[in-house]
Design a protein around this ligand. Structure first.
Ligand SMILES: Cc1ncc(COP(=O)(O)O)c(C=O)c1O
Length: 402
């Protein structure tokens, strides 16, 4: 069958096959999943059943592309508390942040248009962008967010329509963009007339330190599209997220949502609204945060204890991920396939996390959905395999030199 050209490129390129071959019993540091033991199943069950029982048939009817108003009201309040001045009329509920990424790309990108992505970045965003066949410009990451000087150079010399960033506990490096960089980024976007897509699903999952204002907070021209999600703080199976943007972008996004799936599920939106009325979401977030923080600490301790020298890692203040960097010349995709998977451990190799696939010697490790015991033993196994690999690489280098 003849499929559309746009479907030919896939950012996943081979990862599914590698993971499918790994079979059961793998300690996976690969998936960015929340822990399902932490989902408030009973409370959600109660909320779904009471919203279903108490409503007339309205919830089963078509409503509006914007989504269920009482829930948008509550989100407006939460966003205001977080430094984003917004009311319910400029919030749209989406099927997760993922749909927001897709809608933003659909709104802005014609074939060949320029988009800046952090390098490395979120694989699912690349999968969404690829379909619109953009021209990618990669901007490297420092330990306080994207390299603003490199971004400036790109904007000076290329036509760019959109910058995609995950400023809080970035997927995949775990880094947080500094306050100075947030301000510099919005200034550059204003100067060069570029839209910023700010993706914030991990914003509430801070384990240490003070929260910084979202980039959207500094947006005086309505050019930041901000995305949020219930996936990491409640449950991803709800498929419920939200977006807000300046009026021009927002009306375009609403029209596109209508053409895409008409609206999100009213039953789900109303039930999550009941959940928020009957429960303290912040209390729930505090509980999940403490579990993820412990897991992160165990992963850091294990890395400190077992990793061979020459391998470095980030120590994130929140989120689900940390970033492992091996010496130059190391190929983490090959290591995953030939060493880790046969020994029942996995991670996401760096090459998959950028359009150019240039960076080969790093990997993303996720600690969110692995028990403390498995984190210890998985990191120990991975470290032993890394040591052996690095020793064999040194041997090869010496051999070549002689
Ligand atoms: C940075 C980032 N954006 C968006 C998503 C998608 O989230 P959602 O379930 O809200 O669609 C993820 C999920 O892992 C993510 O890491």
């Amino acid at each position: 069958m003849k499929l559309a050209n746009r479907t030919k490129k896939t950012s996943n390129s081979g990862l599914d096959e590698i993971f499918a071959a790994s079979g059961p019993g793998v300690i996976s540091f690969a998936g960015g999943y929340p822990d399902q033991q932490l989902f408030p199943k009973q409370e959600l069950e109660k909320a779904f059943s009471s919203s279903f029982q108490s409503s007339n048939s309205n919830l089963l009817q078509y409503n509006s592309s914007l989504g269920y108003l009482p829930l948008r009201d509550k989100l407006a309040q939460r966003l205001q508390d977080d430094g984003i001045v917004v009311n319910a009329d400029s919030i749209m509920l989406t099927q997760g942040a993922q749909q927001g990424i897709d809608l933003a790309a659909r709104l802005l990108l014609d074939k060949g248009d320029g988009i800046v992505v952090e390098a490395p970045t979120y694989l699912g965003a690349l999968a969404a962008f690829d379909v619109y066949e953009p021209t990618y410009y990669e901007v490297s990451m420092d330990n306080d967010g994207m390299n603003i000087e490199a971004l400036r150079k790109v904007l000076m010399s290329h036509q760019v329509k959109m910058i995609y960033t995950v400023p809080d506990f970035q997927n995949p490096t775990g880094t947080v963009m500094s306050l100075e960089k947030r301000k510099a980024l919005i200034k550059l976007a204003n100067d060069y007339d570029v839209v910023i897509l700010e993706d914030g699903p991990y914003r509430n999952l801070r384990y240490k330190g003070e929260s910084l204002p979202p980039i959207k907070h500094f947006d005086t021209q309505g050019r930041v599209i901000f995305l949020g999600s219930f996936s990491k703080i409640l449950a991803p199976g709800l498929r419920l997220g939200w977006l807000t943007a300046g009026p021009e972008l927002f009306s375009g996004l609403v029209a596109l949502k209508g053409g895409s799936d008409v609206e999100s599920s009213n039953l789900t939106m109303a039930s999550v609204n009941v959940y928020l009325e009957e429960n303290d979401l912040d209390e729930h977030i505090a509980t999940v945060r403490s579990t993820y923080k412990r897991r992160k600490d165990v992963m850091i301790e294990s890395l400190q204890h077992f990793l061979p020298s020459g391998v470095s890692y980030t120590n994130p203040d929140g989120g689900f991920f940390l970033w492992l960097t091996m010496p130059a010349g190391f190929d983490s995709t090959e290591f995953l396939k030939n060493n880790l998977i046969p020994n029942k451990v996995s991670f996401v190799p760096s090459a998959n996390l950028m359009p150019s696939k240039k960076l080969k010697n790093a990997a993303r490790l996720s600690f969110s959905n692995v028990s403390e015991e498995d984190i210890r033993s998985g990191i120990q196994t991975m470290s032993q395999l890394l040591s052996a690999k690095l020793i064999s690489m040194k041997g090869i280098k010496k051999h070549v030199k002689q």
